[in-house]
Write a protein that binds this ligand. Sequence first.
Ligand SMILES: Nc1ncnc2c1ncn2[C@@H]1O[C@H](COP(=O)(O)OP(=O)(O)OP(=O)(O)O)[C@@H](O)[C@H]1O
Length: 210
Amino acid sequence: MADGLILEALRITRHGAPLVALDRAIAPGEVLTVMGPSGVGKSTLLAAITGTLAPGFRAEGRIWLDGQDITRTPPHLRRVGILFQDDLLFPHLNVAENLAFGLRPGGTRPDRLSRIEAALDEIGLPGYGPRDPATLSGGQKARVALMRMLLSEPCTLLLDEAFGGLDAALRQQMRALVFDRARDRRLPVLMVTHDAEDAAAAGGEIVRLG
Ligand SMILES: Nc1ncnc2c1ncn2[C@@H]1O[C@H](COP(=O)(O)OP(=O)(O)OP(=O)(O)O)[C@@H](O)[C@H]1O
């Protein structure tokens, strides 16, 4: 199987009734946008990919990530990154500690600290490590949440209305940051959104469910 994220004849049922069916490949660095009315099953589709479907839901078909069949892989081993609207930072940890939470295990302490510093530079927040998350603006929090997720070195990126809590200008900045980072890292991106501008900015294929 090719690199990227492949949903091969994926069919999700709820208590046996069909909910979502999708058969698509997302190449490294490409974005697939999923739109559709409320309740159609967009978040459920993402939960099938992260391996966190609620009881009563079942996924049939196969999910491939960079050539590996992850259909039955436990969620914590899937290397799937997901960003939600209003992703919460841990309030009792400072910004650096929040980022450290994303880091994969291993490496020396100086190495880990320098990766956190580099991450803060990458999102335009150099020196913000000791700050309390409550003192950050909404846009700054969103950038820290994005970087915390990227530090876990995911092989694909899922966005669930990830830009929903931001005003128009910030939304545009955050979109550019996310899409640029995903392209640099050659991550396939599956974006769920209600927003036509998000879809246009992504530039890739749009699938409408329902
Ligand atoms: N944990 C759950 N337990 C039971 N039913 C659920 C659960 N999560 C979602 N559902 C139901 O599954 C269906 C699909 O929900 P889902 O959240 O995937 O829709 P969505 O397309 O993401 O909607 P929205 O755009 O409103 O976020 C809905 O009918 C919803 O009520």
